[in-house]
Design a binder for this molecule. Structure first.
Ligand SMILES: [Ca+2]
Ligand SMILES: [Ca+2]
Length: 229
């Protein structure tokens, strides 16, 4: 009987230890605030949402959007939290914003907190570029002034010149791209978006039309659709 009890206690201890260690590793691996990953055509504007992926209470958050200033310019920041006060310094070189509230505000899962609007500069290189929000731990706290530990997972913007398959340049791949490409190939159209080079081999020809039409009925994939080098 004693033996059974002892092994039961040991089993409970083992399970508890496992759960605790899993809990610790899960929370360490789970970022609290995440910056979105987006795609954007060079020269266009992109909005990146900053969202919470778990419930967490805050009364003050100060963030500095961080990105390569030779690739992006900041257009603005919006606060999506309905309560509290929001202030953005509108300094394109050193952007910062603050949100605060007189009492705790608890985020919900996947709640969008802020939206950062960026413009991709005309001479920006194509590729994946990191965008994040920097912060100082001392500026993120709850209603009692206690610091709230925050992890931020950086986001990105993948910039591109054209989308493979998008012959008409509306950033979508649809039936109208097939029509546009077919008309171009028989000289009914004289200008076409570079995205008409569906297979990315540098020329626009019948093989692209075949690939595009097969893509639209799921017979083929388009590799590297954002035309990355
Ligand atoms: Ca299109
Ligand atoms: Ca081609």
């Amino acid at each position: 009987m004693k033996k059974k009890l002892l092994s039961l206690i040991m089993a409970v201890c083992l399970v508890t230890t496992c759960m605790l260690s899993m809990g610790i590793s899960a929370s360490a691996a789970t970022p609290t605030i995440i910056v979105m990953e987006r795609e954007c055509k060079v020269g266009d504007m992109v909005e990146l949402e900053v969202y919470a992926n778990e419930p967490q209470s805050y009364a003050c958050i100060v963030f500095s959007p961080s990105f390569d200033h030779s690739i992006f310019e900041i257009v603005g920041v919006n606060c999506n939290i309905e309560s509290g006060t929001f202030l953005y310094n509108e300094d394109t070189e050193n952007p910062k914003f603050i949100w605060y509230n007189t009492e705790n505000y608890t985020t919900s899962i996947s709640e969008i907190l802020f939206t950062i609007s960026l413009r991709v500069l005309e001479d920006a290189p194509v590729g994946k570029h990191a965008v994040t929000v920097d912060y100082e731990a001392k500026n993120i706290c709850d209603e009692n002034g206690e610091l709230v530990e925050v992890e931020v997972r950086q986001g990105s913007v993948t910039t591109f010149l054209s989308i493979r398959g998008d012959s008409d340049g509306d950033l979508l791949i649809t039936g109208s791209d097939v029509v546009m490409l077919a008309r171009y190939l028989v000289d009914l159209e004289t200008e076409i978006n570079q995205g008409a080079d569906v297979n990315g081999d540098g020329s626009i020809d019948g093989r692209d039309l075949v690939k595009l039409s097969r893509y639209l009925i799921d017979l083929e994939e388009i590799d590297n659709p954002y035309n990355q080098p």
